[in-house]
Design a protein around this ligand. Sequence first.
Ligand code: ATP
Ligand code: MG
Length: 600
Amino acid sequence: MSNPNENTPAPATPSDFIRDIVAKHVAEKQYPRIHTRFPPEPNGYLHIGHAKSICLNFGIAHEFGGICNLRMDDTNPAKEDIEYVESIQTDVNWLINGWADKQLGLKSKGKTPEAISGDGKRDFYLASSHQPTTNVEPFYASDYFDQIYDYAEQLIEKGKAFVCDLSPTDMEMYRGAPDRPGKDSPFRNRSIEENLDFFQRMKAGEFPDGARTLRAKIDMASSNIWLRDPILYRIRHTEHHHTGARWCIYPLYDFAHCLSDYIEGITHSICTLEFEVHRPLYDWILESLDLPRVLPKQYEFARLSLGYTVMSKRKLMQLVTEKLVTGWDDPRMPTISGIRRRGVTPEALRAFAYNIGITKYNGLTDVAVLEHTIREDLNKCALRRLAVLRPIKVIITNYSEGKIEELDAINNPEDDSAGKRKIPFSRELFIERDDFMEVAVPKFFRLKPGGEVRLKYAYIIKCDEVVKGAGGNLIELRCTADLDSKTGGETANRKIKGTIHWVSAAHTIDAEVRLYDRLFTEAEPEKDGRDFKSVLNLHSLEVITAKLEPSLKDARAEHRYQFERIGYFTLDKDSTLGKLVFNRTITLKDTWAKEAQKTN
Ligand code: ATP
Ligand code: MG
């Protein structure tokens, strides 16, 4: 027998300038093993930009037989919280699910890291992930506070760091500006002994917040402002979510980050472009210490900016605290948890990360790219169901009262193995309000007075009468069915231009359906300094009660559904036994592109 996959071309391996660098290092055997990390600060929920970084870092480790650590970059206790630590862990696990268990170095309980081969490649992005996964346990920068403190003392002993008593305002004045050199702090030339003594007393809690800092002694005249004697440690009498009350001094990001990378044996420290100017400091700190092992190197790529979206955690936090959305996991949010709740699969998000690629130039990614990826993915896996969102009643006058037929319906035309199900047909049905026009425009191939349409999986019907109430409102349509026109019947193949969906009135179940749309009306919500909240889409959520085919009473959260001719839907966590709630993940077609065409 021939192999059905024989002619399928091998999937492309992701390729970009960072992977090229890593591939070169692998070829030159520069490192015993490639080691990356994803280092979020637990001060908010992860967003789709972080997903890009997660896919890049875990992807590279996977493709080159290496390791990727999840590390909480938790050096700022005032802004961090255990809730964020937990959500980050959940989101990373969800995104790399089915793949993490093949990862080494992930601090997974009871598992010893061991090398894997570099095969798989693109399947990380595109493969579906049904295997149970090992829970990825994070590393914490705060677990290294003792070591980082020791490194700070070593810098002092080498005359490369000093305790500074300048107030924050004075320090600002001394710093200079990008076009103007700074001035040396009057405390810069303290003796090593004095510096050590003060630093130890800072640690012991002798001084209040802001009284003193530890600073690197580099060059106040440097054209790179980050090299102008940057602060390494500050006093902050605040409890930390991971270390409790142990510390009252905390290292700053620049100091903790490169050392955490070193401590974990990271080889490629990959971050976004805004850190490019920090790179000389990253190298200076590591090179100023006598570190015996190979030093990590930093590489920068362009962050994801997405149309119709704000991305920074601070702004997303504002949407949450000002109750402009229902929470971090509101399905309109660009957070990983929001996207998940909306019904997007991890496979789609990984495919998106793959599709957009990695570059060195900041730019705006069209949200249509994300939407297209989601549709492609859901088209493959979603179970087809019939549901009517805005119902009108149809009576089939020539169909016996009380008669019920069970008709065959296909679960997924893209996947034969999904099989068929039965749907009940009876005299009284609901169809979509939009599928009927009393005075039809040309090329309207759905139902109109005197016109015919096919009911999906069932009969061809003809509209004989439009019944209206006293106020002229539409009450029901009275139709006759061509009773030989269903599958297997004499007129089954009669050509009819339109096919519409329906549900049997007596059998439907009501469900709350939440129709989500983009959160902003403008592609660049913050363009020209505009307040992003001024362009919130006031119609980003519409809640309706829809009529669903009865099989949906067994809907499951892990399944995706296509309500035929409408869009993709998923069960929301607000569902209860008595009341189903569905989220619309996305419409079947890009309705915004159509709108844009109209206005052009
Ligand atoms: P934000 O600026 O959105 O608040 P952040 O940079 O403060 O995010 P971190 O927790 O520090 O968030 O980010 C963790 C990692 O994710 C960093 O390596 C950072 O470079 C990367 N990252 C953050 N935002 C994006 C983005 N939009 N695209 C790609 N990577 C990102
Ligand atoms: Mg940051």
